[in-house]
Ligand binder design. Structure first.
Ligand SMILES: [Zn+2]
Ligand SMILES: [Zn+2]
Length: 153
């Protein structure tokens, strides 16, 4: 299992093994921190220690959108050339492909607080789907912290 996370200081995306506790140093800004072992169940985030994580499909959003846009263009073209059957075939076909890909890709577990992504782990009952109210709470918390930081002389 590995974890991908943004460096808390400079925001650069880093990847590390999540199976063992290790000292980590950012190659860009030399920020150091201790990564905790999270295997196998990921009860808490190994990067920031937060206990609220959510699961989502590891399906890149842009790919789904690309398939949809291509299908829409193809179906519009065929619609105006009076090949209506092809229009329907492209639309239904793209929905079908999206569905298959959705089933094939695995889950990724994401930390609400630091946005670390854990891949290669099976989600447990503790990992619920994304909830906007929780995400909003963490977003507010981050804004507050950044405000405090900038108010310091
Ligand atoms: Zn950094
Ligand atoms: Zn975290």
């Amino acid at each position: 299992m590995n974890v991908t996370f943004p460096c808390p200081t400079c925001g650069r995306i880093a990847t590390a093994q999540a199976s063992l506790a290790a000292d980590w140093q950012c190659p860009a800004c030399d920020h150091r921190m201790r990564l905790m072992a999270t295997e196998p169940l990921i009860p808490t985030c190994g990067v920031c220690g937060n206990h609220e994580l959510y699961k989502q499909k590891d399906f890149p959003h842009w790919l789904g959108m690309t398939i949809l846009v291509v299908a829409l263009v193809l179906s519009t073209v065929t619609y105006y050339s009076y090949e209506k059957w092809w229009s329907w075939a492209f639309l239904i076909g793209s929905a079908f492909i999206d569905g298959i890909m959705y089933l094939m890709v695995g889950d990724v577990i994401v930390c609400y607080r630091c946005n670390a992504h854990y891949r290669g782990a099976a989600p447990t009952q503790a990992h619920l789907p994304f909830e906007i109210t929780l995400a909003e709470r963490y977003r507010q918390e981050k804004i507050r912290q950044e405000r405090l930081k900038s108010e310091k002389p």
